[in-house]
Design a protein around this ligand. Structure first.
Ligand SMILES: Nc1ncnc2c1ncn2[C@@H]1O[C@H](COP(=O)(O)OP(=O)(O)O)[C@@H](O)[C@H]1O
Ligand SMILES: [Mg+2]
Length: 387
C-alpha cells in the first residue's frame, strides 16, 4: 500500500481528500504545516501532496526539503487560485505535478496514481541497479578468488614437476649404480670366502667393503622407493599399532640419544582406513627426525587423535627446532643438514600424506622444538583387493 503525505492547513481538505485517498487504497499521513510535515521520515513516503500556501514556512520550502532527501519522492503541489504565475517556480523546485484548487477528486487520484507508479518504477530501478552492482562485485570477488587458486595450483604443479624431475634423475643414477653394486657385493662375498688366507686386518677390511656396499644398496633402494610412483593400498588399519611398532624399531636410537617418550594414543584413532606400509614409512621418518633433532636428550611426544572423519597424528620433539627460512626447504628432495642424511624423509612423508588426500604441517622455531602434524581422512574407500 503506497503511503501519501497530505499537507494542507485546511482541515476540511485534509479530511475529504484524505478519505478519497484511503478509499483508493493509499495509506495516508496528514499535516497542517511545514513543521508537522517534516516529522514524517521521507524514506517512508511514496507520494507527497502539498498545499503551496501554508502558514509559516510555505509549501515550496517543504517541497525543497523533500527534494533534498536521499530518496526520491514525487511531490504534487496544490496551487491556490488557478494562477499560472507560480507554476514556473513549482517546476523549478522539482515538483512532479501540480493540481489546482478547488480539488477535483478524480484529478487528485489521477495525479497521485501516476506519481505512485513513478515512485514504484524508480524504486524498482534502484533495486535492480543495486542488485547488478552486487552481482558485479560478487563476480569480481569470485574471479579474484579463482585467479588466486589458479596461481596457487600452478605453483604447486611447478614444484611438483621439479620434484618429479629430481626424482626421475635420482632414480636414473640409482639404477645405473644398482647393477654394479650387486656385482661388487658378489665379488666381496667371494673374497670373504677366502678369509682363511687373510690376516685379521684384511678380513676386517673385506667386512668394511661389504658393509659399505650394503649401505649404498639401502640408499639406492631409498631413492628408488621415493621416485617410484606408489599405489596406496587402503585397508582397515590401526595407527596406534603403527606408532608402537615404529618406536620399538627405533628403540636403539631412542636409548642412544636419551630420549624420553610420551604417548597419548587415542582409542578412537585405532580404527581407520589408510595404507599401512607407507604410513609406517612416514612415521618412521618423522620420529627418526625428531630423535635426531635431540642429540643431547629430550622428550618425544606422539599423539594420535580422531576428529570426526579425520585421523590426526602429531610428533613433537624438544629438539633444536627449525628456523623459518629452513622450514621452506625441508620438504625439498635431498635437502639435509645431516652429515649422513639423504634428505628424502620429509618429501616422502609429504608425498605419501598428500596421496592419502591429507595434509602435513610443521610448527617450529629455532631452539623451540618442532611439531609435525599430519591429518588424513580416516574414512576412505577400501581397496578392492583389500581383505
Ligand atoms: N624434527 C625436526 N627437528 C629439526 N629439524 C628437522 C626435523 N625434521 C626435519 N628436520 C630438518 O629437515 C631436514 C630434512 O629432513 P629429511 O627429509 O627427513 O632428511 P634427513 O633426515 O635425511 O636429513 C633435516 O636434515 C633437518 O635439518
Ligand atoms: Mg630424516
Amino acid at each position: 500500500m503506497p503511503t501519501v503525505l497530505l499537507v494542507d492547513d485546511e482541515p476540511s481538505i485534509r479530511l475529504t481528500m484524505g478519505e478519497f485517498l484511503k478509499r483508493a487504497g493509499y495509506s495516508v499521513l496528514t499535516a497542517a504545516d511545514y513543521n508537522s510535515a517534516v516529522v514524517h521520515n521521507v524514506e517512508n513516503l511514496d507520494v507527497a501532496v502539498i498545499d503551496i500556501n501554508l502558514p509559516g514556512k510555505n509549501g515550496i520550502q517543504l517541497l525543497q526539503n523533500i527534494r533534498d532527501a536521499e530518496v526520491y519522492v514525487p511531490v504534487i503541489m496544490i496551487t491556490g487560485e488557478p494562477s499560472l504565475s507560480v507554476i514556473p517556480e513549482i517546476v523549478r523546485s522539482g515538483a512532479y505535478d501540480f493540481i489546482a484548487k478547488p480539488i477535483v477528486k478524480d484529478v487528485l487520484l489521477n495525479a497521485v496514481g501516476r506519481a505512485a507508479e513513478k515512485k514504484r518504477l524508480i524504486d524498482e530501478k534502484r533495486r535492480l541497479e543495486e542488485e547488478v552492482r552486487r552481482h558485479a562485485e560478487e563476480l569480481e570477488m569470485r574471479v579474484a578468488e579463482r585467479t588466486a587458486e589458479l596461481v596457487e595450483t600452478h605453483k604447486k604443479l611447478v614444484t611438483q614437476e621439479r620434484i618429479n624431475a629430481l626424482g626421475r634423475a635420482a632414480a636414473q643414477v640409482a639404477h645405473e649404480v644398482k647393477n654394479p653394486l650387486a656385482g661388487l657385493l658378489l665379488y666381496s662375498l667371494h673374497l670373504k670366502s677366502k678369509a682363511a688366507n687373510f690376516s685379521e686386518s684384511e678380513t676386517h677390511l673385506v667386512d668394511k667393503i661389504v658393509d659399505t656396499i650394503n649401505h649404498l644398496n639401502r640408499r639406492v633402494e631409498q631413492i628408488l622407493g621415493f621416485a617410484r610412483p606408489f599405489n596406496l593400498k587402503l585397508t582397515r588399519a590401526n595407527i596406534n599399532q603403527v606408532v608402537n611398532d615404529v618406536l620399538e624399531l627405533l628403540q636403539p636410537q631412542l636409548t642412544a640419544n636419551k630420549v624420553e617418550v610420551r604417548l597419548s594414543l587415542n582409542q578412537h584413532a585405532s580404527d581407520a582406513i589408510f595404507d599401512d606400509a607407507s604410513m609406517r614409512g612416514t612415521l618412521m621418518n618423522l620420529i627418526l627426525n625428531a630423535i635426531e633433532a635431540m642429540p643431547d636428550g629430550g622428550t618425544l611426544s606422539v599423539t594420535t587423535d580422531r576428529v570426526s572423519d579425520a585421523l590426526r597424528v602429531e610428533v613433537v620433539d624438544t629438539g633444536r627446532g627449525i628456523g623459518a627460512e629452513e622450514a621452506k626447504k625441508i620438504f625439498e628432495p635431498f635437502y639435509t643438514t645431516k652429515t649422513h642424511g639423504l634428505g628424502l624423509g620429509m618429501p616422502y612423508a609429504r608425498k605419501m600424506i598428500e596421496q592419502h588426500g591429507g595434509t602435513i604441517s610443521l610448527s617450529s622455531g629455532l631452539g623451540e622444538g618442532t611439531t609435525v602434524s599430519i591429518v588424513v581422512p580416516a574414512v576412505q574407500k577400501e581397496a578392492d583387493n583389500a581383505r
